[in-house]
Design a protein around this ligand. Structure first.
Ligand SMILES: NC(=O)c1ccc[n+]([C@@H]2O[C@H](COP(=O)([O-])OP(=O)(O)OC[C@H]3O[C@@H](n4cnc5c(N)ncnc54)[C@H](O)[C@@H]3O)[C@@H](O)[C@H]2O)c1
Length: 441
């Protein structure tokens, strides 16, 4: 029997060691938050290259500085390791590993299962395990708990297990990890209370939920809400465009309503690890219960159509200049999935590049955060490096296509020197008046 009061006081006094599994876009900022709150962190990753880079004081995430990593590693507040046997050391283990989809678009829990097995191999009485990876309701209880109990230890008496969804918004300066409230559900009350105590040390607010399932469903609700609302404005964008109405102006007007309206913005398609993927975790579960999830499917349909829509707008604009896509020089501006980050995962830019390449465009790109296009599992990616954004480069292009509106880009320069700009983010709004070379898509 483990005594939860002992662990709770260890947490409160910040004597507890925290183990973070998965040192990616979520895990690494979480390490920083714990270290800054005064805890010692062990960081686990199966990718030895990442561990080596961290040990050398390097960062592979744009918004987390190398200086911070260097100092944290040097002062031994943060110890990165690929040695999973050391999972026996931390008092609390937080799992932040990927939860992607399989090729058949079903949940791929192999990383979560793999991590649970690594923990189970060394689990000791008194440890608290928290799953943060986004997943369908029931994963913590039905998938993780049985693996952890394989060695004979019982949840609630020997060790503790909770779910607390990750809500990281990478690159958002207003909401770093510590400023985002955290929802926490436990397999039992003791597990929940310990996890609540843990997160209380590092975030502004902790919101206890009555079960892991509620906490798991909460994250999926947040992401379905975004996917559906983005799909709705994307659909309205296409309609309003036909009617000669600017959707951006409509949204700016609508959001002056002080209640009952939350602004969502159209774009070239969904990207990132969350919104294009997480809703399908729920629709997979719904199929098992023979319950349709029509909003999720419809939103997916509309959002995945957007790259094609953007390419049609490019074709139309070039046609007006008596040019076909074939042979036209087209520069894609911004390939990260959203502004001011260096994360290319699921970015609509890659589908757009594929569609334009198939139609014979001569492609280049500029992205201040992505110096070279990475290989992607689901896309044919051209071998390109980011081109310097100069007046000469811009004027040499038949079309500049703004896919991601990074702040570190000189949009005035683009407006001044490009023959044709297709703007999917309203990034050139301030320079568009009176210019015929700028079109929205
Ligand atoms: N990136 C975001 O903005 C974001 C936001 C909210 C939620 N999430 C969720 O958080 C989770 C993690 O996402 P991410 O963006 O940090 O992923 P990521 O790919 O950036 O990082 C995951 C890390 O886990 C490591 N890993 C995989 N299997 C492992 C194992 N068995 N043991 C140790 N390490 C292992 C990988 O090498 C990788 O470094 C996902 O469930 C995601 O849906 C992400």
């Amino acid at each position: 029997m483990a005594n939860p009061t002992h662990l709770a006081s260890h947490i409160r006094s910040k004597q507890a060691t925290i183990g973070i599994v998965g040192l990616g876009y979520v895990g690494l900022p979480l390490v920083r938050t714990f270290v800054e709150a005064g805890f010692r962190c062990l960081g686990f990753d199966i990718d030895p290259k990442k561990v080596d880079r961290l040990k050398a004081g390097e960062s592979y995430i744009g918004h987390l500085s190398a200086e911070w990593i260097y100092e944290a590693v040097k002062s031994k507040r943060f110890e990165p390791t690929a040695d999973m046997r050391r999972l026996a050391e931390p008092d609390a283990i937080i799992i932040c590993v990927p939860t992607p989809l399989t090729d058949a678009r079903d949940p791929d829990l192999s990383y979560v299962v793999g991590t649970a097995e690594q923990i189970a191999a060394v689990l000791r009485p008194g440890q608290l395990v928290v799953l943060e990876s986004t997943t369908y309701p029931g994963t913590t209880r039905d998938v993780v708990q049985p693996i952890l109990e394989r060695g004979g230890l019982q949840v609630g008496s020997d060790f503790f297990l909770a779910f607390s969804p990750e809500r990281e918004d990478p690159g958002n300066p207003s909401f770093s990890t510590s400023r985002i409230p955290k929802v926490v559900g436990g397999i039992d009350a003791a597990s929940r209370d310990l996890a609540v105590e843990l997160y209380r040390q590092i975030v502004v607010e902790v919101v206890p939920a009555s079960s892991c399932e509620v906490a798991e469903a909460c994250k999926i609700l947040e992401n379905v809400y975004r996917a559906v609302n983005i799909a709705m404005v994307n659909e309205l964008k296409m309609l309003f465009d036909r009617l000669g109405i600017d959707i951006w102006e409509v949204i700016a007007a609508a959001k002056t309503k002080p209640f009952g309206f939350h602004a969502f913005y159209p774009g070239p398609g969904l990207g990132g690890h969350c919104i294009p993927i997480d809703p399908f975790y729920l629709s997979w579960l719904a199929r098992k219960f023979e319950q349709p999830t029509r909003f999720i499917e419809l939103a997916g349909e509309i959002n995945t159509q957007m790259p094609q829509y953007v390419v049609e707008r490019v074709a139309e604009a070039l046609n007006d200049a008596s040019k076909p896509i074939r042979g036209s020089r087209i520069a894609v501006l911004g390939v990260a999935y959203k502004k001011n980050v260096d994360d290319p995962r699921e970015s609509p830019a890659f589908r757009i590049l594929e569609l334009l390449g198939d139609r014979g465009a001569v492609l280049t790109y500029h992205d201040p955060h992505i110096p070279r296009l990475p290989a992607m599992r689901h896309f044919r990616v051209p071998d390109l490096s980011s081109q310097p954004l100069t007046a000469e480069f811009l004027s040499s292009q038949d079309c500049v296509l703004v896919v991601t509106d990074h702040d570190a880009v000189d949009y005035h320069l683009i407006a001044e020197h490009s023959r044709l700009v297709i703007d999917t983010r309203n990034a050139l709004q301030a320079f568009a008046a009176g210019r015929t070379n700028i079109r929205k898509a």
